[in-house]
Design a protein around this ligand. Structure first.
Ligand SMILES: O=C(O)CCC(=O)C(=O)O
Ligand SMILES: [Fe+2]
Length: 347
């Protein structure tokens, strides 16, 4: 009899000195693959099948890839970074006047540097990390991410707050957010095909998807060690995450060997990783890869992740193609909202 897990997919937490050293000093030369999605997006014959096979291969090995041919204009990406720099250059009092708030489990607004409390929740994969050396401004999907069960009143709740006196800020962020929503939706048939499911299988779960976008700003970190990170080692609580980096590296990823690899900034690509949700949906066949940030470059680092997941009312059950009599379901059905509540609850 298999004991069904209700929540955790993170596996064993290893934070002995040797594991921490591997995270802090990445020495792997294993390759982070590049995935060119243009043929699929252009509707070329066989494009979906080929792209799905590549996605499957990546998701069962590394769980991180550089996405090429994604169709998001480079100018738009440059503009969001310009807006991020503008925002983070505002006086700290102006930024602190903006709240950091929760609507239905999704967080928006401004969170100053070293004021996160993830170290005391189930999110982190090491214990006792120091508060993260990163400031963030986050937005969520206007109209909410609750799904079809939302009431009209839920839909009217304000999910985003915008700083005054930054003309073009809101429009630029929403334009990029919308372009990632379209791209994320185009991935759904790939996930389905890669798992032997009808190509529209996932659509019902994404009526009003989770799309949290964060403008991250990392000050330089003088010393490495003492469990101090820009972003402490973790996995993402999404289906997948689309990240843009800008000139300055700092991210490192746990590779199949167990060693960590410093991630290069490759202009023109998005960096994509799989999140905890796909592990659960696939009954542990696909990975959610551990990663962390240390900005030891001596200059400020800016990056922009967008976390893409289903609506919070989506019931997440192990997929029918991922169970067999020999490999029964490891996880109980649970809504995406409840699952996220668990990740962000105290450990
Ligand atoms: O800043 C980065 O490169 C990664 C950030 C990250 O891992 C996250 O926000 O979950
Ligand atoms: Fe992350």
């Amino acid at each position: 009899m298999v004991e069904l897990k209700t929540q955790d997919i993170r596996g064993e937490i290893r934070d002995d000195d040797e594991s921490i050293r591997l995270m802090d000093y990445p020495d792997s030369t294993e390759e982070i693959p590049t995935f060119d999605i243009a043929a699929y997006l252009n509707g070329e014959p066989g494009g979906r099948e080929r792209a799905a096979a590549k996605l499957r291969e990546i998701s069962t090995t590394v769980g991180f890839f550089y996405l090429k041919g994604h169709g998001i204009p480079p100018d738009l990406i440059e503009s969001v970074f310009a807006q991020s720099r503008r925002f983070h250059a505002l006086p700290i009092e102006t930024k602190k006047a903006l709240p950091y708030f929760d609507v239905g489990g999704f967080k928006s607004g401004y969170q100053p540097c070293q004021e996160d409390d993830y170290q005391h929740t189930n999110v982190n994969i090491i214990s006792s990390a120091k508060p993260n050396l990163v400031a963030k401004f986050g937005i969520n999907r206007e109209g909410g991410s609750g799904g079809l069960s939302m009431t009209e009143a839920d839909r009217q709740v304000r999910v985003n707050i915008w700083p005054d006196n930054l003309p073009g800020f809101k429009e630029t962020l929403l334009a990029y957010h919308a372009s990632i929503e379209s791209l994320g939706r185009r991935f759904l048939p790939l996930w389905a095909t890669s798992l032997g499911l009808p190509s529209d299988y996932f659509d019902r779960f994404f009526a009003t998807p989770h799309l949290t976008m964060n403008l991250l700003h990392y000050p330089p970190q003088k010393q490495i060690g003492e469990r101090q990170y820009g972003f402490a080692p973790h996995t993402d609580n999404s289906l997948m995450t689309f990240l843009v980096q800008h000139e300055v590296p700092g991210l490192a990823v746990r590779m199949p060997s167990g060693h960590w690899r410093a991630v290069d900034v490759v202009p023109g690509t998005l960096l994509v990783n799989t999140g905890n949700l796909i592990v659960r949906w696939t009954n542990n066949q696909y990975l959610s890869t551990k990663h962390r940030v240390i900005n030891a470059n001596g200059v400020e680092r800016y990056s922009i992740p967008v976390f893409f997941g289903p609506s919070s009312d989506a019931l997440i059950e192990v997929l029918p193609t991922c169970v067999t009599p020999a490999r029964p379901a490891l996880y109980e059905p649970i809504t995406y909202g409840k699952l996220r509540e668990w990740y962000y609850s105290p450990r």
